[in-house]
Design a protein. Structure first.
Length: 318
């Protein structure tokens, strides 16, 4: 088909229908012998034929919700949304939100039990969480009667549970590996300089790990004071502190001993090097003495030969 010939309504409808069916623009342009810009202009002029597949689920709103924000949150969490598409909001929730025009300010309400530690602060029960987040302090307009009339299935309360942590197991295993390596280095019969330096580094690292564990234990005992265990926590902290101080002192003594051993080995190495240098000097001196004796012997031999030659020259003249 010529590019200057206008297209009929039937052909335009066919292009629009093909675009609605999901046929690519390049394929349509190649089929009708037109440019892609021309196909885009036709589809834009006759509507938006871009295929959109949206999955919108009707969401029942539970009875225990007291404001439009919580209902909207439940609706958004239970929807199945296609990628690169806006989230569809249920008509019941969006209509009531527009008609109510609610402006609510929320404040946290203190629960019955006191929460002092950072870990217990985030582990509130579901009842305290719902009370603290759903109790408004200031409302201008609230229309919750139409929303409550459409509620069918209540949602179960969300309970936060603390997942078991393997941090203590991992740290204990790592400390055991460090201790085993230190024992292995101590059991070496002929350690070299590098083994001694590595052992000194491991000893200091082990002491730092023990100090970190002490700080962690101290933090845990401090957190447990709020539950009425002040005396036991202080006693445990004191005993652990004393024990760790003794262990650190022993480790420091061991580190100093290893350092002295290393220095002694270095001194021995230097002394051996100096002895070898002295022996080399003595060997050089003896070699020079031998060369001097050889030179003297050669000079004496040459003098004797010269005298003999002079004597031989004087004999025929006599």
């Amino acid at each position: 088909m010529g590019k200057n010939v206008f297209m009929s309504e039937t052909q335009i409808d066919r292009i629009v229908q093909m675009r609605k069916d999901g046929v690519p623009v390049k394929t349509i342009a190649k089929d009708v012998d037109r440019s892609t810009n021309y196909i885009y202009r036709i589809t834009k002029k006759h509507g938006d034929p871009q295929p959109q597949k949206k999955k919108v689920a009707t969401v029942p709103v539970p009875d225990n919700l007291s404001d439009s924000s919580a209902a909207l949150l439940c609706a958004v969490e239970s929807m199945e949304v296609a990628p690169y598409e806006p989230i569809p909001i249920p008509r019941s929730v969006s209509a009531e939100s527009r008609s109510g025009n609610t402006s609510v300010g929320f404040t946290s309400v203190s629960s019955g039990k006191s929460v002092d530690t950072p870990e217990d602060f985030w582990l509130l029960d579901a009842a305290a969480t719902n009370d603290s987040t759903s109790r408004p302090t200031k409302k201008q307009k609230t229309l919750i009667a139409p929303i409550q009339s459409q509620m069918s299935i209540p949602l179960p309360p969300i309970q936060l549970q603390r997942a078991p942590s393997n941090e203590n197991c991992g740290s204990g295993t790592f400390l055991k590996l460090v201790q085993d390596e230190i024992r292995r280095l101590e059991g070496l019969t002929h350690p070299d300089i590098f083994d001694t330096q590595f052992m000194q580094m491991l000893v200091k690292f082990h002491a730092e790990l023990l100090l970190v564990q002490l700080q962690k234990t101290h933090f845990n005992t401090t957190a447990s004071r709020a539950n009425g265990r002040d005396t036991d926590a202080k006693e445990t902290s004191r005993l652990l502190h004393e024990k760790l101080a003794k262990e650190i002192a022993v480790l420091n003594v061991q580190a100093d001993r290893e350092r002295l051993e290393l220095e002694r080995e270095q001194i021995k190495h230097k002394a051996t090097t100096m002895e070898i240098a002295v022996l080399n000097v003595q060997a050089d001196r003896e070699r020079l003495e031998l060369e001097r004796e050889q030179i003297k012997h050669k000079a004496t031999t040459m003098v004797c030969r010269l005298l003999n030659s002079l004597d031989d020259a004087q004999l025929p003249g006599q």
